[in-house]
Design a protein around this ligand. Structure first.
Ligand code: SF4
Length: 462
């Protein structure tokens, strides 16, 4: 999230981050600049805990960038929270990065061989080092040189005392948009952050585009690399983005609804009621209900005071969240043949517990419908899916998964059905469903690659 050219930039940034909370819940931070220096504050926890009013009030400036972290490289600790703020030969600089670099290990090892000292164990710091080592005269040129060397997924915000550089990787893996507010520029991963501060949507930052924003409202745009085939993450539509956002030029709500409709056409069920697993599957379940003509009901209530299970960093925390997260509505489920629509199954343990809950509330039959194809491969571009061996669909058939989950029937949306929902057969990454990686994965799949632990195992194994 960035606000550039507004006297209240840090506070607006904090508000925008609150709308982006679903994208990362481990830590939050803001770096602000007043034309002379960059200052920053970051802390662990939700935005409301990490960025208290008094913390934000200390950050002065017309420019601000902010970040909510969900660790995909490096542990969940304050050292790795973003923005990463450094002082170097040209002054101060801070970076906020969404995505994952696939060649960070090699770049970092080479720089360490030459004497560079890294302060964090996440991949984003590599970009800062590349910028700092550049001999270029301007930040813009230094960024350009740095981005020429990195590969993978990045939506980036880089702030120096006088400007903010906004850049999106050449394949556009992660979303990034621009907005306007009272003559100021705003950049955000999702439009729900623009809505939060009443900024108007201007446009997407194009894949391979760098935008330089200054505190006087100026904007420059340039391409920093040759064009490559777009690989926008389709999982953003399936699960990650908020349905009230528009990303990649499409409404998340509309795409998610079409996924549910396609699922209804592909895999109808003999049932009395359709329920969604809140919140991310509500929209798809409505689409499924509309096509199959099976009435939709609110069959599960989600406790919003517990974080999303999928993106919490440890097994212990996730198990706790699952137990606390949902409550079934017995009045809706008692004696019914229930279709449960969920967006995805990662490891399967959360769903198994949910099925037990739903049956415990009196459901006579449980038919599970998933509004995306089976996840068979890990993501290396910014979504923290576990290594393949922990993905239930990488080693089990649909029948075996149905048996494990103890459901009466199970069906997934096909890849074709998924693509029909975005009205396109190309331009999207769908590697976690197909194994067709648009950029070669890194040598080490471990998120602790820079912490001396080179084991390929994910700490999340449920
Ligand atoms: Fe998105 Fe899946 Fe591609 Fe990762 S592998 S960028 S989650 S579509």
């Amino acid at each position: 999230m960035a606000v550039v050219g507004h006297p209240d930039a840090p506070r607006l940034c904090a508000l925008g981050l609150a709308a982006l909370q679903h994208r990362g819940q481990e830590s939050a931070g803001i770096a602000a600049a007043d034309g002379h220096v960059v200052v920053s504050h970051k802390a662990m926890g939700y935005v409301s805990e990490a960025l208290r009013d008094e913390d934000v009030a200390k950050l002065k400036g017309h420019l601000a960038i902010g970040h909510v972290r969900y660790s995909t490289t490096g542990s969940s600790n304050l050292m790795n929270a973003q923005p990463i703020h450094v002082t170097y030969k040209r002054g101060s600089l801070a970076i906020a990065h969404n995505g994952n670099l696939v060649n960070a290990t090699g770049l970092r090892r080479a720089m360490e061989e030459q004497g560079s000292i890294f302060n964090t164990t996440n991949d984003s710091e590599v970009i800062l080092h590349l910028i700092a080592r550049s001999q270029a005269d301007t930040l813009q040129q230094a960024c350009r040189e740095a981005l020429d060397k990195v590969e993978g997924a990045y939506s980036l915000l880089i702030i120096d005392p006088e400007s903010v550089v906004v850049a999106r990787d050449p394949r556009g893996f992660r979303p990034l948009c621009l907005g306007r507010l009272d003559g100021a520029w705003v950049a955000a991963s999702e439009t729900c952050a623009l809505d939060m501060i009443s900024a108007s949507y201007e446009r997407e930052v194009e894949p391979g585009e760098m935008v330089i924003l200054d505190s006087r409202g100026g904007i420059q745009s340039l391409r920093f690399t040759e064009e490559r085939p777009a690989s926008m993450c389709i999982f953003e539509y399936v699960y990650f983005a908020r349905p009230d956002s528009q990303i990649y030029g499409r409404s998340v709500n509309a795409v998610r609804r079409r996924m549910g409709e396609a699922l209804g056409r592909e895999a109808p069920a003999e049932a009395d009621v359709v329920i969604g697993v809140p919140d991310s599957s509500n929209t798809a379940s409505l689409g499924y209900s509309q096509v199959t003509k099976i009435p939709w009901e609110l069959g599960l209530i989600r406790n919003h005071y517990v974080g999303r299970t999928f993106i919490r960093p440890s097994q212990e925390v996730r198990d706790f969240s699952v137990r606390k997260k949902y409550n079934p509505v017995s009045h809706v489920l008692q004696g019914q043949r229930v279709v449960v629509v969920d967006d995805s199954i990662v490891r399967g343990t959360t769903m198994r517990k949910l099925v037990t809950l739903i049956r415990g509330a009196g459901a006579r039959e449980v038919h599970l419908r998933i509004s995306s194809p089976p996840i068979t491969h890990s993501c290396y571009y910014g979504i923290d899916t576990p290594v393949s061996k922990h993905l239930i669909a990488s080693s089990h058939t649909v029948e075996e998964i149905a048996k494990y989950l103890q459901v009466d029937s199970l069906a997934y949306l096909s890849v074709e059905g998924l693509m029909s929902a975005v009205h396109s057969s190309e331009g999207f990454c769908r590697a976690c469903f197909t194994g067709e990686y648009p950029v070669a994965p890194p040598e080490s799949a471990s998120k602790e690659v820079f912490e001396g632990s080179l084991s390929a195992g994910s700490p999340e194994t449920d």
